[in-house]
Design a protein around this ligand. Sequence first.
Ligand SMILES: [Cu+2]
Length: 164
Amino acid sequence: MIVDTVTRLPLILAFATLILALLALVAPLPLVEAVATDRQITLDARSFAFEPARVNVNRGDRVTLTLNATDVVHGVYVDGYGVNVVAEPGKPAETTFVADRAGKFRFRCSVTCGSLHPFMIGELVVGPNTPFWRAIAAMGIVTLGTVLTLAAGGRGEKREARNV
Ligand SMILES: [Cu+2]
């Protein structure tokens, strides 16, 4: 019985590794909310562009968006989030929201500011954040599991050789 367990150890370890790796990939992770941080994003708006035109945050982040109009009155409306803020030149305006949905969201000027106003757009990218760390965790578990499996296999063979 003991010998059985010893010879099966590599198989058991390999199986346990697989289960743990799968868990790391799919298990609900309460840490996600804890990792969320406060983000200060400053958008400079001028006719007819935002600077930066692309904003990256992670899901769960508390985003404080400061709009800075550099020439005329501009606004920023974030699709999908319903966030809208309007700033007069020299008077930055800010709003705070939680980026609770992952994906790409268009943001656009919400004040008709001139001929190219409809093209005054940018993109908010809310990254899911966790898949990267889950992949790293799964890889670590697989590596550790492989090392343990090989070590156990080696020991089992030695034991078998001694028994002969
Ligand atoms: Cu505008």
